[in-house]
Unconditional design. Structure first.
Length: 364
């Protein structure tokens, strides 16, 4: 009877490479089980055609398998470059994100590389690990204010001299109504839902409310610009946090004899972060000045157009000016009546009204 020969497919070869090189699986029985999960139990060893196919493939690459009894799963060893990256970025990145950056693929928590990174980060001072200082929230948790009462509470939360809900003016009600509309725009909700940190979310919301709660005349374009401005505030804050933690790490490495190489890398990271912070602040200043200038020009134009009406209203509000205006109107009315009476007594006017010439009047 002819023995069964198994030829590995390209997909199976790739899986063997991953299991052996990345996951550290060198036991032939475990390799067979993972590459051929549907075969019978009696074929799951190195003596079967399946086991021989895997051993032959690995042998062609200069690698050997071990028996199950001899198998000890190897731990992934981090390189010095990987250690430096984890040490420099653990204050601002999560382990999942650092692994994805290092290995250019999504790394599962059960992966040897993830476990190695996690163990290394655990050995670092807990004060600089991001996961211990960030409170995560779900994007669906945020609810913008939908009525006047909730909007007032939100304003008073962030604005020192907020709104007295027992003494609302017409201008206050208009401001509140517009703020509710601003906070229900798709752009605002999309931006604030991107923040998974409660601190970042509140910082963004507070910035937007403080900038817009007393501006009921904003265009859609200006609302979008204030959203961008508020997002820049969050970015600047996060950069500051990063700089502070990197500085702490630099201070620690300066006290260690083996930290000189690490210190150079940290100084570089701090300078880069500081440059990013300065650029962010400059963007904020420029955008805020543009928004102020644009709104100032619009209000100035409106004031000029309504100047005569406003002046008249103000004069009418003033009692003395009002009496003078009434007196002038009465004098004008009296003078007009006298002029009409004088004109009505003139024969020439009467003749013109009756359609008669001077000769017809004289000759009867």
């Amino acid at each position: 009877m002819k023995k069964k020969v198994i030829v590995l497919t390209k997909e199976q070869m790739s899986l063997v490479d991953k299991l052996y090189d990345v996951d550290g699986v060198t036991a032939i029985k475990e390799l067979v089980e993972k590459v051929f999960p549907d075969i019978e139990e009696k074929y799951r060893d190195g003596r079967s055609a399946y086991g021989k196919a895997i051993k032959e493939y690995l042998a062609s690459r200069g690698k050997k398998t071990v028996a199950t009894s001899d198998y000890v799963k190897k731990e992934y060893e981090l390189s010095q470059e990987e250690r430096d990256f984890l040490y420099n970025n653990c204050s601002t990145m999560k382990i999942t994100d650092m692994c994805e950056t290092l290995y250019e693929e999504r790394v599962a928590p059960l992966d040897r590389r993830y476990k190695a990174c996690s163990e290394f980060v655990k050995g670092i001072d807990g004060k600089v690990v991001l996961s211990e200082i960030v409170k995560e929230v779900s994007p669906s948790d945020y609810l913008p204010p939908k009525n006047e009462s909730k909007a007032i509470s939100r304003i008073n939360k962030y604005v020192h001299e907020g709104i007295d809900k027992t003494n609302l003016k017409a201008s206050d009600k208009k401001n509140i109504s517009r703020l509710i509309a601003y906070m229900h725009t798709y752009r605002f909700l999309h931006q604030i839902s991107n923040y998974t940190s409660q601190n970042n979310r509140e910082l963004f919301e507070s910035s937007f409310v403080r900038y817009t709660h007393d501006k009921p005349d904003l265009t859609q374009e200006e609302v979008d610009q204030y959203i961008v401005l508020s997002a820049e505030v969050v970015i600047a804050s996060n950069i500051q946090v990063r700089v502070e933690r990197l500085q702490e790490l630099l201070d620690q490495s300066a006290e260690e004899t083996e930290g000189k190489k690490m210190a150079m890398s940290l100084v570089e990271s701090i300078n880069t972060a500081q440059t990013e912070y300065n650029q962010c602040v400059n963007r904020q200043t420029k955008l805020l000045n543009e928004l102020k200038e644009k709104r100032s020009q619009r209000l100035s134009k409106q004031i000029k157009e309504n100047a005569s009406i406003l002046n008249l209203v103000e004069m009418w509000k003033d009692e003395e000016s009002r009496h003078k205006m009434i007196k002038l109107a009465e004098i004008r009315k009296k003078a007009l009546e006298e002029e009409v009476e004088r004109l009505s007594s003139m024969d020439e006017i009467k003749c013109r009204i009756m359609g008669l010439t001077e000769e017809e009047v004289l000759n009867g």
